[in-house]
Design a protein around this ligand. Structure first.
Ligand code: NAD
Length: 441
C-alpha cells in the first residue's frame, strides 16, 4: 500500500474546516516553518527533490531559488489551479476536500519566497470551489494564520482567489499571469521566466496546487525523509486522477514505486477493466502526453516493468515512452477507436488555441478537419501522411506548449496505431456502423 502524505485525512468528516484540520495536526508544519529562516525552508524543499506536479516536473526548489530579489520590489506566489487538462482532476479533489492543506502550504511557501500577497487562480468551471477556498482563508485569517504579523513573526500575508473565465490556455503560466492582470490570456515569450518577470513584471513563482500542498508534509517530516519515499528522481507521493475504461475511477495517491500494471489491475487502485475487456492503450499524464499501446505500457523498451514515475514512463523517449505529465491517467479498452479518440482531442486543442501563433491556430484546425474526414470514412491514404506532416510543423514552433500538446497525441496515435487509420481509409462503409476496435481488436 502506498504511503499517504496528502490524502491521509481526506476521508475525515469536516476536514474542510479549520477546527477538524487542526485536530489532525493541521498548521503545525506552518508553526514549525515560521520558526525557520526562509533559506532553511528552501533547503528542505531542495532536499525533498519535489518536482512540479502541474505536468512539467521542474524541480520546485530550483524554481524557488531562481526567484529574483531586487531591492524594494514585491514578489508573489501564484498557485495555478486552472486544472484544465482533459483527464486531470486531482487539484479539484485537493481544493474541495482539503482546502486548508493548500492554504497552509501557501503560507509556508509565501513566507519562504517573501510573498506578502499571494493568489490562487482557479479555472472558471470549478464554480463551487472558490467559496470553499475563501471560507478556509477567512477561517485561517481569524485564527491568525493569515493577515498581519502572523503568529507574532512580523510576517504579513494575504491570499486572494481569482476565478478564470474557462479557457484552457490560462493554465499556461504566462497566460495565467496576463489573465490575472486583467488582460486576454495570451502566453508570453519565455525567457524572461516569471521567476524574474512575472505578475505586473514582478518576480513571481507559479506553482501547481499539488506542489504547494506537498510543502506541508515536506516541512512536517523533513525534506530528507520525503526524498526517501519513491524512487530515483521521482521522490515523494503523486496524485493520479484515473478515468476511462476502469472499474474504479478516482483520485489516488501513489508513491511512484508501483508498476503501471499494478495501478490498473489492483483492487487498491483502478480495479481492472470492466467486463473483462483487454487493455488497448493508455494516456498516463493528461491528454497532452503521447498515447501508449498496452505492450509498451506494461513494459519498457528494455523489457523492464514500467513504473508509475517520471523516469520509467518516459523510457524510450517520445518514440515509445510517454510522460508522467499532470497525472491524468486515461485508460482505453479494446473497443475504443484511437482515430475517434484522437479526433476528439484535436477538436479540443483547436477550440482552445489562443490563435496567437500561426502553426497552432491554423494547424490545430487543419488536423481536426482531416481527422474528422478519416473518422467518417472519407479520408485518403495521403491524409495520414499529411496529418503527420502538419503535427511535425506545429511541434516546437509556438510560443507556448499548447502547440506541442496538440501535436504529440496525433504523432503518437499515427506512430503506434497507423493500421487503425488505414482501416478507416480502406473500410469507409464500416466506419459508419462500427469502429476499428469492435471490428479488429
Ligand atoms: P516548462 O518546462 O516550460 O516550465 C516548467 C516550470 O519551470 C515553469 O514554471 C517555468 O517558469 C519554470 N522554469 C523552467 N526553466 C526555468 C528557468 N531557466 N528559470 C526559471 N524558471 C524556469 O513547462 P510548462 O509550460 O510550465 O508546463 C508544461 C506542462 O504542463 C506539460 O508538460 C503538461 O503536462 C502540463 N499541463 C498541465 C495541465 C493541467 O491541467 N495540470 C494543463 C496543460 C498542460
Amino acid at each position: 500500500m502506498s504511503k499517504k502524505l496528502l490524502l491521509k485525512d481526506a476521508h475525515i468528516e469536516g476536514i474542510r474546516y479549520l477546527e477538524t484540520y487542526r485536530k489532525q495536526g493541521g498548521y503545525t508544519a506552518a508553526e514549525k516553518a515560521l520558526k525557520m529562516t526562509p533559506d532553511e525552508i528552501l533547503e528542505e524543499v531542495k532536499t525533498s527533490g519535489l518536482r512540479g506536479r502541474g505536468g512539467a516536473g521542474f524541480p520546485t526548489g530550483m524554481k524557488w531559488s531562481f526567484l529574483a530579489k531586487p531591492e524594494g520590489v514585491p514578489r508573489h506566489l501564484v498557485v495555478n489551479a486552472d486544472e484544465s487538462e482533459p483527464g486531470t482532476f486531482k487539484d479539484r479533489y485537493l481544493m474541495e476536500f482539503l482546502p486548508h492543506l493548500l492554504i497552509e502550504g501557501m503560507l509556508i511557501s509565501s513566507y519562504c519566497l517573501g510573498s506578502n500577497v499571494s493568489y490562487i487562480y482557479i479555472r472558471g468551471e470549478y464554480s463551487w470551489i472558490p467559496d470553499i477556498l475563501e471560507e478556509a482563508i477567512d477561517e485561517a485569517k481569524a485564527a491568525g494564520f493569515l493577515g498581519k504579523n502572523i503568529l507574532g513573526t512580523g510576517f504579513d500575508c494575504e491570499i486572494y482567489v481569482q476565478r478564470g473565465g474557462g479557457a484552457y490556455i490560462c493554465g499556461e503560466e504566462t497566460a495565467l499571469l496576463e489573465s490575472l492582470e486583467g488582460k486576454r490570456g495570451n502566453p508570453r515569450l519565455k525567457p524572461p521566466f516569471p521567476a524574474v518577470k512575472g505578475l505586473w513584471e514582478r518576480p513571481t513563482v507559479v506553482n501547481n496546487v499539488e506542489s504547494i500542498a506537498a510543502i506541508v508534509p515536506i516541512i512536517d517530516i523533513t525534506g530528507a525523509e520525503y526524498a526517501k519515499i519513491g524512487i530515483g528522481r521521482s521522490t515523494g507521493t503523486k496524485l493520479i486522477s484515473a478515468c476511462g475504461n476502469i472499474n474504479k475511477p478516482g483520485v489516488y495517491e501513489i508513491d511512484m514505486t508501483i508498476t503501471v500494471e499494478e495501478f490498473i489491475y489492483s483492487e487498491e487502485y483502478c480495479g481492472g477493466i470492466p467486463n473483462g475487456k483487454k487493455l488497448k492503450a493508455c494516456i498516463p499524464g493528461g491528454s497532452s502526453v503521447p498515447i501508449v499501446p498496452a505492450n509498451l505500457l506494461l513494459k519498457t523498451v528494455n523489457g523492464e516493468p514500467r513504473y508509475m514515475n517520471y523516469e520509467s514512463l518516459a523510457d524510450g523517449g517520445f518514440a515509445t515512452g510517454t510522460m508522467m505529465g499532470s497525472g491524468g491517467f486515461i485508460v482505453l479498452d479494446e473497443d475504443q477507436c484511437v482515430v475517434e479518440h484522437t479526433m476528439t482531442l484535436a477538436r479540443f486543442y483547436h477550440h482552445e488555441s489562443c490563435g496567437q501563433c500561426t502553426p497552432c491556430r491554423e494547424g490545430t484546425g487543419w488536423m481536426h478537419k482531416i481527422l474528422k474526414k478519416i473518422e467518417k470514412g472519407e479520408g485518403k491514404m495521403e491524409d495520414i501522411d499529411l496529418l503527420w506532416d502538419i503535427q511535425r510543423k506545429i511541434e516546437g514552433n509556438t510560443i507556448c506548449p499548447l502547440g506541442d500538446a496538440a501535436a504529440w497525441p496525433v504523432a503518437a496515435a499515427i506512430r503506434h496505431f497507423r493500421d487503425e487509420f488505414e482501416w478507416h481509409v480502406k473500410n469507409p462503409e464500416l466506419c459508419l456502423t462500427q469502429n476499428y476496435g469492435l471490428a479488429n481488436y
